[in-house]
Design a protein around this ligand. Sequence first.
Ligand code: SF4
Length: 394
Amino acid sequence: MSVERLLAVGAERPIDDVTAYALAGADVALEPLLAAAAARRDRRRPGRITFSPKAFLPLTNLCRDVCDYCSFRRSPKDAGAHTMSPDEVGRELDRARAQGCVEALFCLGDRPEAVFPSYRRQLAGWGLPSTVAYLRWACEQALARGLIPHTNAGVLDFDELHALRPVNASLGLMLESTSDRLCGKGQPHHRAPDKRPEVRVTMTARAGVLRIPFTSGILIGIGETARERVATLLAIRALHRRHGHVQEVIVQRFRPHPNTPMAAALAPDDVANARAIALARLILDDEVSVQAPPNLGAERPGGIELLLRAGVDDLGGISPVTPDFINPGHAWPHLSELGARLAASGFALTPRLPIHDAWRARPGFVAPGLAPHLDAAAARLGEAQAVAAAARAA
Ligand code: SF4
């Protein structure tokens, strides 16, 4: 079949594995690829791009792994090592609520208590036996303030996922890459046991068994090949088809950060990023959102518009109160400016909960006890939208 015909199929329905690998080639013309992906997006959700108004709470930046591109992680004696105290968590949550946030994103390093005795002592001093126990407490504090928790705490076992489910609308773990090669000596994941692909696939499947709405994602530009990128997207699709729980897939591009082993590595350019987004849209099932952060290069002139042309339908969490702790130096865009740029391309920027509407309506995916919190937060989003619409009309 010709590339034109393959793209015509992709504009209608998810492409098969052979087609996915065929369309990953650099010789496939960019514009028709983007047009097919945008057409697929528009079949499902014309004219609307969603985001989650969030506050980012980095509960701890201690992490037992070392990824060569990461500027977030610290060991306890490193400058900038920080674990939020319970008082600090409370203060940040109050600030987030006052600023109109709806999502409380808890994002932290992987299982620090496994390797750092001083961190274990710190938790014990607060009467907490583990990071997951601290997370449970923090999520309860968020819910008490009307904020909806979404947690990305790295790799969690079945019991830990089970413990966090009642207090989280959704959980996340980027699959990043299914390439074992990237875990080899000299590769970005060689000092990161939690980045072994089979470990992350297993956790994603466990979340599916527990019917937890889930965020996955791919990280592009860390040395993976185009075929490995496609293989990762196909693995996410297979997990979703087995369990029905992957509500969104982030396409995140590597950015070099100072003082990291990959500080001098080249970041993927805008075109490579757009190709990856388009492939994600063509591969994934219609109900799965394709998300790209609006602050990693897309803030440049034409950047957001290119994301739209590539088939993005969600911009993820955007915070009016906290910086992007994972990508310092890449500020979130102002919502009014972002809304205006989207409107100029024919899209309405629309706030959403951390659990997407389809999963909120799907039996078994909302933990007992969370529904009233979600109803109240959704009402708050609706009120905020009505106020914004009235302001625009005035
Ligand atoms: S990317 Fe995540 S797992 Fe890797 S070092 Fe940073 S915090 Fe740890």
